[in-house]
Structure formats: structure tokens, C-alpha cells
Design a protein around this ligand. Structure first.
Ligand SMILES: Cc1cc2nc3c(=O)[nH]c(=O)nc-3n(C[C@H](O)[C@H](O)[C@H](O)COP(=O)(O)O)c2cc1C
Length: 201
């Protein structure tokens, strides 16, 4: 199983970073081959709606480090997105990466070509954290990720979220969070028996 972990927080060693590491540790324990990408360290520009991906039937023409992510996003068996809540949504780094997946939309709906090139049925996971405890804290993330995972052809995905976590690394003091994240990684990396195709969350 190939697991792609995307770290969407700008804060290294922060809560999302720790959660993602725990998930990847769990996946590795199940034998998965894990890759971690830190969006903050990549030169990724926002989608400029130039329609280059429409003209090319699904290739982004913007030459920046997003180009290094298209192939891993298409071939991963599991995609994990870790992002804290910023203004009740995903971080700009995460949303920018998602917007740059517009070529996948073109592949799927215009070129009618497959986006996913994974070996196994694809699975996804969102690791979320936020400082307050609003009931609606992860609503926006859920809506955006439903759209992203649909376009990326990830039919089965789940959310593991923690509210009331504000300070860098505070998640490590949570009684169960890192264990839950690690267990989610183990679940993700377990290969489903054939025929047990997943449903949308
Ligand atoms: C720009 C900014 C916006 C934020 N907006 C929210 C918010 O809308 N709701 C919330 O609960 N926490 C918000 N927070 C707090 C973070 O979600 C919280 O500190 C989180 O633990 C950071 O995770 P990290 O360590 O992975 O970066 C915000 C923090 C920043 C810097």
C-alpha cells in the first residue's frame, strides 16, 4: 500500500504534524510505503484559472512544485490530509493544493479519463485540529474534502478530528489523539478483501 501524507499546517512540529506522523507510523507498521509532503516547504502557487488544464485535457501548465505532487496524488492507494482549522476552513496551503487539482476535474469530466492509478481501491483520511470547540468546526473541511476526494477518485474516506487544541504540540497531551491517529493509519493500510469496495463518507 502506498500512503501519501500531506501536511497542510505551516507549523512544523505542531498538532497536525504530530497527528500525521502518528498515522504514518501506524501505516508503516502494517507494511505500507509512506511518503510525507510538507506543503509549506513547497513552492506552490494558487490556481489562476488560465484554462491550461482544459486545453491540455488534464495537465497543469503552471511550472512550480505542484508538478511533483500530481503523480503521487494519482498513484497513492491512500491519501491523508492533515490540516488545522484556519478561519473555520482548511489552511490556505491545503486549499491551494486542492485548487491545483483542477486538472483531475478535467480528466474526469472532460477527457473522461481515469484519475486514480493506484493498485488498490483508494482510501482517504482527514486529520483535523482546531482551537475552539464549535459544533461546526470541521463542517467546512468536510465539504471541501468531499469534493476533493470525489475528484481525486477516493471513494472511501474518514475524518479524525480534535477540537480545543490550540498550542503547538498540545495534541501530545490529549489522552487518546495520537493513538487514534496511529490506529487510523493502521486501518488505512490494511488491504480490503476484493469485493469490499468502500462507500463515500
Ligand atoms: C490564522 C489562524 C486561524 C485560525 N482559525 C481558527 C478557527 O477558525 N477555529 C479554531 O478553532 N481554531 C483556529 N485557529 C487555531 C488553530 O486551528 C490551532 O492552533 C491548531 O491547533 C493549529 O494546529 P497546528 O499546530 O497543526 O498548526 C487558527 C489559527 C490561525 C493561526
Amino acid at each position: 500500500m502506498k500512503v501519501l501524507g500531506i501536511m497542510g499546517s505551516p507549523r512544523m512540529g505542531g498538532n497536525s504534524d504530530l497527528l500525521l506522523d502518528a498515522t504514518l507510523k501506524g501505516a508503516e507498521a502494517e507494511g505500507a510505503d509512506c511518503q510525507k509532503v510538507i506543503l509549506q516547504k513547497l513552492d506552490i502557487r494558487p490556481c489562476r484559472h488560465c484554462d491550461g488544464c482544459t486545453r491540455t485535457q488534464g495537465r497543469c501548465v503552471v511550472q512550480d512544485e505542484m508538478q511533483t505532487l500530481y503523480e503521487p496524488l494519482r498513484t497513492a492507494d491512500c491519501i491523508v490530509i492533515a490540516s488545522p482549522t484556519f478561519f473555520m476552513s482548511l489552511t490556505a496551503q491545503t486549499k491551494m493544493m486542492i485548487d491545483r487539482c483542477q486538472p483531475f476535474w478535467v480528466m474526469k469530466y472532460v477527457a473522461k479519463a481515469p484519475v486514480a492509478q493506484s493498485e488498490h481501491p483508494r482510501k482517504g483520511l482527514y486529520l483535523g485540529v482546531g482551537g475552539c470547540d464549535f459544533k461546526t468546526l470541521f463542517d467546512s473541511a468536510r465539504i471541501i474534502l468531499r469534493s476533493f476526494f470525489t475528484i481525486a477518485e477516493v471513494p472511501e474516506w474518514e475524518m479524525v478530528t480534535f477540537d480545543s487544541i490550540e498550542h503547538r504540540g498540545e495534541i501530545a497531551e490529549h489522552p487518546t489523539a495520537l493513538r487514534e491517529a496511529e490506529e487510523a493509519g493502521r486501518r488505512l493500510a490494511r488491504v480490503a478483501p476484493r469485493g469490499e469496495e468502500a462507500r463515500d463518507a
